[in-house]
Design a binder for this molecule. Sequence first.
Ligand code: PLP
Length: 385
Amino acid sequence: MLLSKSRAWAEIDLGRIAHNVEEVRKLIPKQSKIMGIVKANAYGHGDVECARALQACGVDFFGVSSVDEAMHLRMNGIDSKILILGYTPPEHFSQLVKYDLIQTLVDLPYAKKLDAYAQANDCVIQAHAKADTGMNRIGVVVQDETYHIEELFAMYAMKHVHVCGIFSHFSVSDSQDEDDLRYTRHQIELFDRVLADLRAAGVDPGTTHLQNSYGILNYPDLCYDYVRPGLLYMGVTSDDAIKINTDPHFLPILSLKANVTMVKWLHEGDSVSYGRHFRAKRKTKVATVSIGYADGVPRELSNQDFEVLLHGRRVKIIGNICMDQMMLDVTEEDDVKEGDIVTLIGEDGGAIASVDAMSRASHTINNETLTRFSVRLPRIYKKQG
Ligand SMILES: *Cc1c(COP(=O)(O)O)cnc(C)c1O
């Protein structure tokens, strides 16, 4: 049990999901639908809460990374279609049947194993075939030199695995580099060639889908049955510095906040935190804040003048960030006191602290920053924007 707003917390504005879903819908063709990717606890935003908010917007299909994540949705009343985007080990095949889940076919030997299991247990398991057009992670390889369409035919011919869809995944859809643009275009061609070859042989490919968030932003005109956004309904991209082809207006749904626990004055020359890397050059007022790297704040933000918000103004982190606490220089701020709220991500009095700034300063992408926010942080849900 987590007490709300006890020391540090994340606020999730579910009302903004509806706005973000509409922004996605404005980009894509009318016929295409949205598969909400809620893997990794919806990148830390809360899988069940996000799935419910997405369902309220008409989203009828969800993608997760594992059978455990899918079961968590089912146990919390999410009854839409669920695709497991990754591998399910054979010892958990029974859960696919029990919870009515759709399994991704990693490769042909894996599909055969699943088919044998279903036959032995006298059931039919729903699956989507994965076509590997260039990511080289999972899927039947359908690339120039190794175009294994026959393996896909074999999957579709299975009696106890019902292949009701097929998908692929982009590896550089975020890039505007000439070579990367060519690579992505080729991935699209290969996927289309697979669909054409299946249809020419009288095989119905079923539900088709290809685009993740950057696939939607940079290739919005592609027309498959579904698109698979994660980040976009959360209102962010991986990295705001990356140029995109479209101009949507997304609203970030997550804020990260913590309490000031103590305020004191340092003398010139006094140090702050482990390693004594910060030394006061003047009389300095310090606020201690109850959030640290165990909550998912990157320790890399230490000692680089990284700014967070207090009273609607920007203040700097000083000294090493600790596991559960960190310190701010609040010399210029009046009336700072215990219980004041510090905003690490979000809005405070018109000022904005973005997850993007945090990611850039810690040399990673927003996907990683968001998914690292720990289970220790209570998530507080707001229904309206
Ligand atoms: C994670 C994932 C997505 C969603 O990616 P975003 O960049 O967050 O939109 C889509 N498809 C697959 C296969 C994924 O693994």
